[in-house]
Design a protein around this ligand. Structure first.
Ligand code: B12
Length: 283
């Protein structure tokens, strides 16, 4: 059984998705946090991992908690997405930075990436594929998005925490690397040391690199379905060389179909940044 638990800290309420299971031996129930969802008024259905979204209890809880605050929050997100869309397509890094700083003054970095930036990139992709946005404008927008993520990452790289080493890459053929850069910047903000080898690292180079970097985890990001095979080959080769290295695979390629076999852990929930440090720890 899953349910939402509230915790109050300094006047704010925070929500956690919790799983309760019956421990036969001890004859008591055991509770495990599946996901931290964030500040109550900001939590929406999208934050719930897909497999629990249809749970009646969770839905009714969310309905009850659709407060005025939530509506205000959704409006704010909408406005920020519009501003970000304009600043990215105008090629205006300064304004893009302003949108970012105004959001993170009250919200977390993962929410910025998941609720603001990634949906804006998706919109840009739609407009581009429908011929409503030129290739040139799409390139400008994507380059500014990369610059923003780089500024954010560089800022966090000064941190002295040492929570582990992570390598990130995409398989050969995959040029989309903003996903890797976003993961890189988020993990850096959480105190991980990252080596971002994206895009498209050949497996031989990666095998050599792992020898010296000695990572605690490897992340493989795949955007195009056509590159899943290349991803599977890459993961297989790495796994054969480093049996104990945890390998995580994810990205847009798995937004429609998810039944792919990898010699690693496939993560298909798109909104999972906040959980990553815990997932890496569990290996
Ligand atoms: C920018 C962009 C490009 C840029 C990429 C620049 C770069 N250096 O990255 C350029 C112009 C090069 C490009 C090229 C192409 N693109 Co393009 N591109 C995009 C666009 C607009 C944005 C992608 C993006 O950066 N998103 C933002 C990032 C942050 O999101 P994300 O990658 O999903 O990552 C998040 C999660 O998925 C997750 N995640 C990602 N990886 C991982 C890994 C793990 C382990 C985990 C746990 C989580 C995780 O975390 C991230 C944060 O939440 C998308 C539109 C869209 N829907 O996204 C199209 C899009 C992906 N492109 C598309 C296409 C068709 C192409 C081309 C084939 C076009 C062409 N004919 O040449 C080429 C292919 C190039 C190649 N070989 O890879 C299509 C793909 C359609 C499909 N489903 O197959 C899209 C969807 C556009 C569309 N609507 O048609 N593209």
């Amino acid at each position: 059984m899953v349910f939402l638990r509230k915790k109050k800290v300094k006047g704010y309420e925070y929500l956690y998705l919790v799983k309760s299971t019956w421990d036969k031996k001890r004859k008591t129930s055991r509770q495990e946090t599946i996901k931290y969802l964030g500040e109550k008024s900001a939590v929406s259905r999208d934050d719930i991992p897909e497999e629990y979204r249809e749970d009646a209890k969770i839905n009714s809880f969310l309905l009850q908690n659709t407060s005025k605050d939530r509506k205000k929050y959704e409006q704010l997100i909408g406005q920020l997405r519009d501003k970000l869309f304009t600043s990215l397509t105008d090629g205006n890094l300064k304004e893009t930075m302003n949108v970012y700083t105004s959001f993170v003054s009250n919200n977390s970095l993962d929410k910025f990436y998941e609720k603001v930036m990634t949906p804006v990139m998706t919109k840009i992709g739609h407009l581009w594929s429908n011929g409503e946005l030129s290739i040139a404008t799409e390139h400008v927008a994507s380059n500014i998005a990369h610059s923003l993520v780089k500024v954010i990452s560089d800022d966090f790289r000064k941190s002295k925490y040492d929570r582990g080493v992570v390598i990130l890459t995409t398989p050969v053929g995959e040029d989309h690397d903003l996903g890797c850069n976003v993961l890189d910047s988020f993990l850096t903000s959480k105190g991980f040391t990252t080596f971002n080898l994206s895009p498209a690292t050949p497996s031989e180079s990666l095998i050599e690199f792992i020898k010296t970097a000695r990572p605690d985890a490897l992340f493989v990001s795949i955007t195009l379905e056509d590159n899943i095979r290349s991803g599977q080959r890459l993961v297989k080769k790495i796994h054969n060389e480093y049996k104990k290295l945890p390998i995580f695979i994810g990205g847009q390629a798995f937004s429609q179909k998810t039944n792919f076999r990898f010699e690693g852990k496939l993560i298909t929930d798109a909104n999972m940044l906040e959980q990553m440090p815990q997932i890496i720890k569990k290996g």
